[in-house]
Every structure is written in structure tokens, then in C-alpha cells.
Design a protein around this ligand. Structure first.
Ligand SMILES: CCCCCCCCCCCCCCCCCCCCCC(=O)SCCNC(=O)CCNC(=O)[C@H](O)C(C)(C)COP(=O)(O)OP(=O)(O)OC[C@H]1O[C@@H](n2cnc3c(N)ncnc32)[C@H](O)[C@@H]1OP(=O)(O)O
Ligand SMILES: Cc1cc2nc3c(=O)[nH]c(=O)nc-3n(C[C@H](O)[C@H](O)[C@H](O)COP(=O)(O)OP(=O)(O)OC[C@H]3O[C@@H](n4cnc5c(N)ncnc54)[C@H](O)[C@@H]3O)c2cc1C
Length: 670
């Protein structure tokens, strides 16, 4: 991955000090040399296409130009994917790479305007459609003959989906549903691509039949004419305006005025309406929520890749930027020599690996559970729901925080759009809200944990992600002293999570004596969130310990040792961030904290000369990073001035505003 330009000697010197084989790490990280070759092939295939390159940085485009440029590219990208598939190449992974991920964001800078078509519209038809409905819609959608979105959230309700107000009323005479938006708060609001891109949508609406409401159900609805793209009769549609980030996505609003759709357009794999209007209940009412779960699982993978870009930029920059002598009369060091700077970046690098490992773990679990669901087995659905909710919350919260710290670690230059952090942050922080606001996600997990606690107290067997509660109840682990090792810290977190769940449950039960169960839950919300977060942190650490142990058996000693250091750094940092809970619940003492602090400092020192190999090993070409501060050659000052010269204002020496406003203003006092 060498650059044609001369590499900044500060960075090439650093590379000489890396003790392990960077390519070996890359192959380990992407699970095999074949995957790395495929990744590089795809990156080259897409990024070498001049049509996908921006002549002017997209941040200088207007809102409308940004959107139009993104749609142009989306079409090119899908056509290129089809080209690859015609050559017998690629499956779902290509979509993963291009709809989100690092390659997709390199092309779009913000996001792909048709991501929701692939990530929600299509999966919703697959998950909720009968085989007849799949036969009718899937191939048209897959070939993009129709483009759809997932219209669930409304102006008035996003979280509490049982409160959605759009209605779909069945008319047995015409065998049609009539869709209506009874008031302003029932307008659909936020669906990706809804504004001007899509012509179909999965609409989540309250089903009414034979005078009764049967709760929310998914309907497939045509919104625009397939030829003219004009909104169909009774449909009011538009875009909701520009946002913190993801401005290429064209999130929209939508209202219905007596829009009729045929009976067969309700997705009926789970619940059904018969021709006479009779409603057949689904096996489980939560099956309607399946599409959301799929996206929560996918989000985790994306967090690891977005964060891997941010840390690469921050670390490379820190190895060429020199500022502030540490010893008087000595030259200014690379800013990475300031220990506080190391602490801003190294733990975030460890997080990339932890999030990626856990995302893969969760992906396998998701596939297993959906396979079971297809056979009618719902047993592990609550567990998957619970773990995916808290992981989505912890990983998006921590990624957003870490990206912001990376930006701050690059000082003033990080505030420039050309540094690349703004686009990454825009993507990551959006995920804190979409697909379930994070506080609400923590509360969903807590609801499950409390149930598990009650089961464990009754001696019932628990599923693997919560089995540590059984150990706690049987008295195992509870009297152990705190141990400063990844597995010791894991035990401490499991103990803290178990005790916090127990304590929350105790307070919940106390409150239930004088409050309704729901209000008691509300009053206990702060503790429940805390319990959920501890549970999630324990899970992240456990999954990483297990996977690292297994997957590094075949690696070189040098690589294994660096990965072990990173795991230790991750766990020590985690323990230090949660001292409050560990002191309260996990037999930690103040001397343990002192020891952890020293371990942290020692680990930063130990990793100092190997850490560049890790970010180089993430293998992001400059185009993927999209940052003047993170290029492989480290020539940041040349990059900064070159990027500044691309500003439209720098294309002329004098701007017309001088003659129009400044000059008359400045001369007016004469
Ligand atoms: C096909 C191939 C294609 C190839 C593709 C290849 C892949 C390519 C990938 C490329 C990368 C792309 C990157 C991503 C970009 C994304 C774009 C952005 C998209 C953003 C989209 C959105 O933003 S779209 C809207 C999401 N909007 C929410 O997310 C609402 C949250 N709000 C709730 O989710 C509920 O409203 C809430 C709170 C549960 C209360 O609902 P409620 O009141 O009914 O629930 P209760 O609390 O009473 O819970 C009742 C019982 O349901 C249980 N349960 C609840 N949910 C469950 C569930 N999901 N599964 C199972 N069980 C569930 C619960 O555990 C209870 O169980 P129990 O009774 O046994 O305890
Ligand atoms: C970039 C982006 C893309 C999106 N794409 C789509 C899409 O394609 N399709 C779609 O349908 N939707 C989409 N959404 C909408 C998104 O799913 C919702 O915004 C999200 O679910 C949060 O709902 P809300 O906006 O109603 O927030 P609210 O629920 O109003 O949250 C506001 C505050 O209230 C708190 N709160 C709410 N309920 C509770 C509770 N029970 N307990 C404790 N606190 C609570 C929250 O924690 C938060 O602090 C998108 C949103 C964004 C930002």
C-alpha cells in the first residue's frame, strides 16, 4: 500500500520499528488472505472509476447538488455490482461494503441514498412476505426495477411504535386497504430515500378490520408513478431538510389521504387478513419487529469500520505532527510522545478490534436464530433481541465518543472538513438514534435481564449470554478478589452486572408495592440502564477473549503478543472507566485502581512502536480515508494547502462581495 509520493521520514521511521508482519495482521483481521484480496480488488474496482471520483469536494456542493450527485453514483455503483455478479463474483458482502462500510462512505462521503432499499425494504419483504408475495416483489426489488424504503417512524412517534397513527382500514367489499394519515403527527417522517428517490415503501400502519384495531402491520405501498415518478393520487411526499450528517440520504415525509391498496399488499407471513376481513393473529406479535433487529446487527459491523478510519487518521497524524518540547532545550517531539495523546488513540484502536470481533459473533448468532425462526422455533429470539439492543447502544455511543476524541486529538486541523472526521461522525452519531434510540435500547435489554434474574432465582436454566447470573446465584465468583487480567476483569464485570441486576430488581420490587409495574420500571430506569451497560461490557469482553484465544493459535508469536497487549489495554481501560461500579460491586480496592493505572501506562508504552502496524493493517487506502491528515505518506502540510486550494473561494483573487459590500462599508467612514 505504498504511495507514489515520498513518505514523510517521521512515518517511514515509525514503520521500521513495527515488530510484527503488518500483512499477517491484515489477513487475520479480515479472516484470510482471500478476503483481503477480494477487499482490495473491490476497492480498486470502484475507486479507480473516474465517474465515481469527485472533481470538487462534495462538502462544497449545495444540498441539491449533493443529492443529485449521490443518486448518480448510487446508480453507477449498483450497475457495477451487477457487472461483477455477471462475472460470478460477490454475494451479500458486496452490498455490505457499498451500502455502508468504508468503501460505501468513501464513494458517497456521507451515505448511499438507496441503502434503506437494500437494508430494510428488501429484508422486510423477505422476513414478512409470504412466498407468493416474495415471488411478486423480490426480483423486481432486487433488480431495482422498483426502489423502496421502510416507512415506520412518524412525526409524533419513533420509539413507541405501538402508538403509530397511520391507519390501514380493510374494506371487504373492494378487498382493499384504505390508508390514511389522520393528523399531522401521523405523517411518516425520516424514512431514508423517501423524499425523492423511492417509488415504493413498506408502510407500518395500524390495521383496522371489521371495526377492530389489530395493531401495527407492514404493507407494501406504491408511492409514485413508475414512469413519471409523480406522487400517486392521495399521496403527499417530500424531503425533511438537511441534517447533522447523512445529507445524501434524502430522508422524507409522507401522508396518505384515502389511498387504496389491494389485500395482497399486506405482508402476511406472520399476521393475516382473510378476504372477509377476519384477522389471523401471528405466532408472536414481536415478529413484526424483525427488520429492525437485522439492521441493529448490521450497525455493529459498521461501527468497527468507521472507527478504524478515525483512528488511522488520528494516529498517522500524531506521528508526523511535532509540537511542544517535553524536555526544555530538546527538539519538539511528535505529538504521539505526549502520553495523554497515546491515551486518546490507543484504546480506541483496541475498540475497533473488539467491536469487529463482537459484530461477527452477533452476525453468526443472528443467522442461527433466523434459521430457527424459519423452522418455527422462537426460543432464542428474546436473547438475540436483548443482546443486539445493548450492543447497538454501547458500540454506537462509544464509537461516537471515540471519533470525537480522535478529531480533538488532531487539534485545529481536525476541525477542517478535509480532515474527514465530520463525515465519519455524522454516520456514527446517526446510529445512536436510528434503529432504536440508545436509552430505549438499554431499557429493552434491562427488561430481559430482569426476567432472566427471576428465572435464575427460580432455578431455571438460562441461555449462554446470561448464564453468569446462575453462577452468581449459586455463590460462585462472589467472594473472589479483583484480578488485573482480561479474564479477571471479565469476572469483575459479570459480578458487577449480576449485583446491579439484583439491586435494580430489588428496588423495582420495592417500588411495585406502591406503584404500577410500569411506573416502578420508570422510576428504576437509571439503575436498569446501568445494569444493561455492565452486562453489555461483560459480553463484549467475553466474546473478544474467546475469539482471540481461538483465532490467534496459528498466528506468529509477535502478532499474538501485540493482540494480547491490545486486549489487555482494552480491559484495563474498561475497568478504569467503570471504577464506580467495580468498587461498589466487584471487590475492587483503591490499590487495585492504582495497579490498573500503572498497567495502563505500561501498556501504552509497550504498544507505542507497534501500534502503527495495526492501523496500517486496517488497510485503508487514502481514498477510503478521505482525509488530508491520514494519508499513508504522512505529507499532511502539503495535503492541507492542496485541499485549501480546492475551495471555490480560492479560484479567484477577489470575490464579488468585496465590491458589493466590503468596499462601500470600509469607505463609508471617509
Ligand atoms: C436482503 C439482502 C440485502 C442485502 C443487504 C446486505 C446488508 C448491507 C448492510 C450495509 C450496511 C448498512 C448500514 C446500516 C444503515 C442503516 C440505515 C438507517 C436505517 C434507519 C432505519 C430506522 O431507524 S427504521 C425505524 C426504527 N425504529 C425503531 O427502532 C423503533 C424503536 N422502538 C422499538 O423497537 C419498540 O417500539 C420498543 C422500544 C421495543 C417497544 O415496543 P413495545 O412497546 O411493543 O415493546 P415492549 O417493550 O412492550 O416489548 C414487547 C415485547 O417485545 C419484545 N421485543 C421488542 N422488540 C423486539 C424485536 N425487535 N425482536 C424481538 N422481540 C422484541 C420485548 O422484549 C418484549 O418482550 P417481552 O414481553 O417478552 O418482555
Ligand atoms: C439518520 C436517521 C435515519 C432514519 N431512518 C429511518 C428510516 O429509514 N425509517 C424510519 O421509519 N425511521 C427512520 N429514522 C427514525 C428513527 O428510527 C427514530 O428517530 C428513532 O427510533 C427515535 O425515535 P424518536 O425520533 O421518536 O425519538 P424519541 O422517542 O422522541 O426520543 C426522544 C427522547 O425521549 C426518550 N425516550 C423515548 N421513549 C422513552 C422510553 N420509553 N424510556 C425512556 N426514554 C424514552 C429518548 O431516550 C430520547 O432521549 C431515522 C432517524 C435518523 C436520525
Amino acid at each position: 500500500m505504498t504511495s507514489a509520493t515520498k513518505v514523510n521520514p517521521d512515518l517511514s521511521d515509525e514503520r521500521k520499528k513495527v515488530e510484527f508482519d503488518v500483512e499477517e495482521f491484515t489477513n487475520w483481521y479480515y479472516k484470510g488472505a482471500e478476503n483481503v484480496a477480494e477487499k482490495r480488488f473491490l476497492e480498486n474496482f470502484f475507486l479507480s472509476d473516474p465517474e465515481l471520483e469527485d472533481k470538487v469536494p462534495t462538502s462544497y456542493l449545495s444540498h441539491k447538488e449533493k443529492y443529485e450527485n449521490a443518486v448518480r453514483k448510487a446508480v453507477l455503483v449498483v450497475n457495477k455490482i451487477k457487472e461483477l455478479q455477471a462475472d460470478g463474483r460477490g454475494g451479500v458482502d458486496i452490498y455490505m461494503a457499498l451500502l455502508g462500510g468504508t468503501l460505501g462512505t468513501a464513494i458517497f462521503r456521507e451515505a448511499n441514498p438507496i441503502t434503506v432499499h437494500f437494508v430494510m425494504f428488501l429484508p422486510a419483504i423477505m422476513n414478512h412476505g409470504t412466498s407468493d408475495q416474495q415471488a411478486e416483489w423480490i426480483s423486481r426489488a432486487w433488480n431495482c426495477n422498483i426502489i423502496g424504503t421502510y416507512a415506520q417512524t412518524e412525526l409524533g412517534h419513533g420509539t413507541y411504535i405501538r402508538g403509530l397513527e397511520t391507519t390501514a382500514t380493510y374494506d371487504p367489499k373492494s378487498k382493499e386497504f384504505i390508508l390514511n394519515s389522520p393528523n399531522l403527527t401521523s405523517y411518516k417522517w425520516w424514512p431514508g430515500g423517501l423524499g425523492h428517490t423511492t417509488n415504493y415503501a413498506i408502510v407500518i400502519a395500524q390495521l383496522h378490520s371489521l371495526g377492530k384495531c389489530h395493531g401495527i402491520q407492514p404493507f407494501i405501498v406504491q408511492l409514485r408513478d413508475e414512469e413519471t415518478h409523480m406522487p400517486l393520487k392521495g399521496i403527499k411526499i417530500g424531503e425533511i431538510g438537511n441534517k447533522v450528517g447523512m445529507n445524501t440520504v434524502n430522508n422524507g415525509f409522507l401522508a396518505f389521504d384515502n389511498v387504496r391498496i389491494p389485500l395482497k399488499n399486506m405482508l402476511m407471513k406472520n399476521a393475516k387478513v382473510l378476504e372477509d376481513g377476519q384477522f389471523i393473529k401471528p405466532k408472536s406479535s414481536v415478529l413484526t419487529y424483525g427488520t429492525m433487529m437485522f439492521v441493529r446487527v448490521v450497525i455493529l459491523k459498521d461501527m468497527a469500520s468507521y472507527l478504524s478510519k478515525a483512528v488511522t487518521i488520528a494516529l498517522r497524524y500524531s506521528m508526523v505532527r511535532r509540537q511542544s518540547p517535553i524536555e526544555p532545550n530538546k527538539p519538539e517531539p511528535k505529538i504521539i510522545e505526549h502520553v495523554t495523546q497515546q491515551y486518546k488513540i490507543f484504546p480506541a484502536i483496541a475498540k475497533v478490534i473488539v467491536f469487529k470481533i463482537t459484530a461477527e459473533f452477533l452476525w453468526d448468532m443472528y443467522n442461527q436464530v433466523t434459521h430457527d425462526l424459519d423452522k418455527g422455533d422462537l426460543e432464542r429470539l428474546p436473547e438475540l433481541h436483548a443482546i443486539s439492543c445493548c450492543l447497538k447502544a454501547v458500540c454506537t455511543n462509544e464509537a461516537a465518543q471515540a471519533v470525537e476524541i480522535c478529531r480533538l486529538s488532531t487539534g485545529g486541523h481536525g476541525y477542517l472538513n478535509s480532515a474527514g472526521f465530520q463525515d465519519i461522525y455524522g454516520m456514527v452519531t446517526a446510529a445512536q438514534t436510528y434503529e432504536g434510540e440508545n436509552t430505549v435500547m438499554f431499557l429493552q435489554t434491562a427488561r430481559y435481564l430482569i426476567k432472566c434474574w427471576e428465572k435464575a432465582m427460580n432455578g431455571e436454566k438460562l441461555t449462554p449470554t446470561v448464564s453468569y447470573l446462575e453462577n452468581f446465584i449459586k455463590g460462585r465468583n462472589s467472594r473472589q478478589s479483583f484480578q488485573n487480567s482480561p479474564s479477571g476483569i471479565l469476572k469483575a464485570f459479570q459480578l458487577a452486572a449480576a449485583k446491579k441486576i439484583a439491586e435494580s430488581n430489588k428496588h423495582l420490587e420495592e417500588r411495585k408495592k406502591y406503584l404500577s409495574p410500569e411506573e416502578a420500571t420508570n422510576q428504576t430506569g437509571l439503575e436498569l440502564i446501568n445494569a444493561s451497560e455492565l452486562h453489555c461490557q461483560a459480553f463484549l469482553l467475553q466474546a473478544t477473549i474467546e475469539v482471540l484465544e481461538d483465532s490467534t493459535k496459528q498466528t506468529s508469536l509477535q502478532l499474538r503478543s501485540v493482540l494480547k497487549d491490545l486486549l489487555e489495554l482494552y480491559s484495563v481501560d474498561l475497568a478504569l472507566r467503570y471504577t464506580g461500579s467495580l468498587l461498589e460491586f466487584a471487590n475492587m480496592t483503591s490499590s487495585d485502581i492504582e495497579f490498573l493505572q500503572r498497567s495502563l501506562e505500561a501498556l501504552l508504552k509497550k504498544l507505542r512502536y507497534n501500534i502503527l502496524g495495526i492501523v496500517d493493517g486496517f488497510d485503508h487506502p487514502d481514498q477510503i480515508l478521505g482525509s488530508v491528515l491520514g494519508t499513508y505518506d504522512g505529507n499532511v502540510y502539503e495535503n492541507l494547502i492542496n485541499a485549501a486550494m480546492k475551495s471555490p473561494l480560492n479560484q479567484e483573487d477577489v470575490n464579488k462581495s468585496f465590491h458589493l459590500y466590503l468596499k462601500p462599508f470600509m469607505k463609508s467612514n471617509l
